[in-house]
Design a protein around this ligand. Structure first.
Ligand code: GLN
Length: 194
């Protein structure tokens, strides 16, 4: 496979970036790690993985933060769990400096801490595509959505909680779609255009 504008970059400063790379490999889509500004060259889209948003904030040097902000203007970006927090407009935690892309209020660790990690069957909106059945979601100290701006569309639900949302060419999920074999959200992300 030749590198093309559809290559997926996965921010690899810390967290579970490896599992995202494996999920795209299963789809036969090129994906590679992003650790430095030059790694963004030639990429079509970017994933901000799960991990720890406070640590990610510390590891994002200003040059890389600025280059990612610039990349976000014209490319689809998907944040999972800690990455969802990094995509938010604001963080209620002064230790977390998000990119400010999606208009949503989040509560970090809103489902409880490590002992409260859990799995659940999630309801998907039709636009996620076939099959339409429940999506298995793995939640690990996940952020909880407390409010969504008018321009933000819920795509996946846990009861009454939106757990995956989209605003323009930005996607965010509170759970970890890279940890199950269900690749519907990966396919959805690959079809998103700026
Ligand atoms: N609790 C973490 C945070 O606040 C996110 C956990 C995860 O990404 N699995 O950043």
């Amino acid at each position: 496979m030749a590198e093309s504008h559809s290559t997926v970059g996965v921010l690899a400063l810390q967290g579970d970036f490896e599992k995202h790379l494996q999920a795209f490999a299963a789809l036969k889509v090129l994906a590679r790690e992003v650790r430095a500004v030059s790694d963004l060259d030639g990429l079509g889209r970017l994933i901000v993985p799960g991990g720890e948003s406070t640590t990610m904030t510390l590891l994002l040097v200003p040059e890389l933060r600025a280059a990612i902000m610039n990349f976000c203007r014209a490319h689809p970006v998907w944040g999972t769990c800690a990455g969802m927090i990094m995509l938010a407009k604001e963080s209620a935690d002064p230790r977390v400096k998000p990119f400010g892309l999606i208009d949503m209020d989040l509560e970090r660790n809103g489902y409880g801490r490590q002992v409260h990690s859990f799995e659940a069957d999630l309801r998907v909106e039709p636009e996620i595509g076939e099959p339409s059945g429940p999506l298995r979601g793995v939640f690990i100290r996940a952020p909880r959505v407390k409010g969504l701006g008018a321009g933000v569309r819920p795509l996946v639900w846990l009861g009454d909680d939106a757990v995956a949302v989209r605003q323009g060419h930005f996607l965010a999920s509170a759970f970890h779609p890279e940890l199950t074999g269900d690749l519907r959200l990966q396919r959805y992300f690959l079809a998103m255009n700026p």
